[in-house]
Structures are given as structure tokens and as C-alpha cells.
Design a protein around this ligand. Structure first.
Ligand code: SF4
Length: 171
């Protein structure tokens, strides 16, 4: 693969395929199922989405970033505020100076339904580390298998960096 632009086009073209979207949604559904069976629960404090102050980073594959951008658009979109019965609010634009995720709105996730894998499996709850590591590993295996089947380049990247790079390439 010769250039960053080419990489993003390959991931976007794959993410546009209904069969690939179905596989990705299937992986997320499987994770949600494992979370619901685990007994761990997110208290939705919103702290872990403020990456700098929490001391935490999200990483995901280029394919996931491309798919996510197709699903929810750029960080300038209007998002639904969770639990607000349809209230929408404009999301902040991607700002490298901002503490945390550009999709966090009023302390909550503005893209809850479509939030990435790494957001679904991270819990600040004590005692969840070993469970998280195991689930993370099994998801990564599923993602690697999908990339191999599709002949796609497999790259992990920091969430905001990936969003910015995808945006710079017109995704
Ligand atoms: S996508 Fe949602 S859950 Fe994930 S870091 Fe951003 S605000 Fe938090």
C-alpha cells in the first residue's frame, strides 16, 4: 500500500460493503452480549472519555475508524443526547486541545449506539481488568481474521489521530 490516502480508501471501500458492515456489527453485538453476561456495568460517569485527565487512550483499527465515520459522520454532526427523548446537540469539532473524545456531549456519549468496540469493553470498575483483557484479545482475533479474509491492511491507531487522518483524506 503506497500512501495514507490509499490506505483510507481501501478501509472505506471495505466499510461500505454490506457484508463487512454486518460482520463488524456482529462483532460489536457479541461484545455487548459478553458485557451483559459479565456482571460489569458502566456507571456512565464520562470520566474515561476525558482521556488526558483520566490517563487513558483508545486505540482501534483503520477499518473501524472508517466504518464509524460512515455511520455517524464527522465530529461536526448533531448527535442525540442519551436519555433526553430525542434532544439533539451539535458536537464539538475535532480539537486536538480538547480533553477527551470529540463525541462526548454534556458528559455523555453522543454516539452511544455506534460507539467503538474499545468504548464498550472498558470499565473503570475494580476487578474488571482480567475480564477486559480476555475480551479485548478475543475481539482482536476476530478483527484480525476479518482483515485476513478481506486482504486488508491491519493497523491500530489512537482514536482521535485516526479520526483526524481519515478526515484529512476526505472520509
Ligand atoms: S465514542 Fe462515546 S464512549 Fe467512546 S470515548 Fe467517545 S464519548 Fe466516550
Amino acid at each position: 500500500m503506497s500512501s495514507e490516502g490509499e490506505l483510507w480508501r481501501v478501509w472505506r471501500d471495505a466499510a461500505l460493503r454490506p457484508d463487512v458492515a454486518e460482520r463488524l456489527r456482529g462483532l460489536l453485538n457479541e461484545i455487548d452480549h459478553r458485557v451483559s453476561e459479565s456482571g460489569f456495568a458502566c456507571q456512565q460517569s464520562g470520566r474515561c472519555c476525558k482521556f488526558e485527565s483520566f490517563g487513558h487512550r483508545l486505540y482501534m483499527t483503520g477499518l473501524e475508524v472508517a466504518w464509524f465515520r460512515l455511520l455517524v459522520g464527522s465530529p461536526g454532526i448533531r448527535a442525540e443526547v442519551p436519555g433526553s427523548e430525542g434532544k439533539t446537540i451539535g458536537l464539538a469539532v475535532l480539537d486536538p486541545e480538547r480533553d477527551g473524545c470529540p463525541y462526548q456531549v454534556e458528559g455523555q456519549c453522543g454516539v452511544h449506539r455506534d460507539r467503538p468496540f474499545a468504548c464498550r469493553v472498558f470499565f473503570c470498575q475494580a476487578g474488571s481488568d482480567a475480564w477486559q483483557a480476555e475480551v479485548y484479545e478475543s475481539f482482536q482475533l476476530g478483527m484480525k481474521r476479518l482483515h485476513e479474509e478481506l486482504g486488508l491492511p491491519y493497523r491500530y491507531m489512537e482514536w482521535r489521530r485516526g479520526l483526524a487522518d481519515a478526515g484529512a483524506e476526505g472520509l
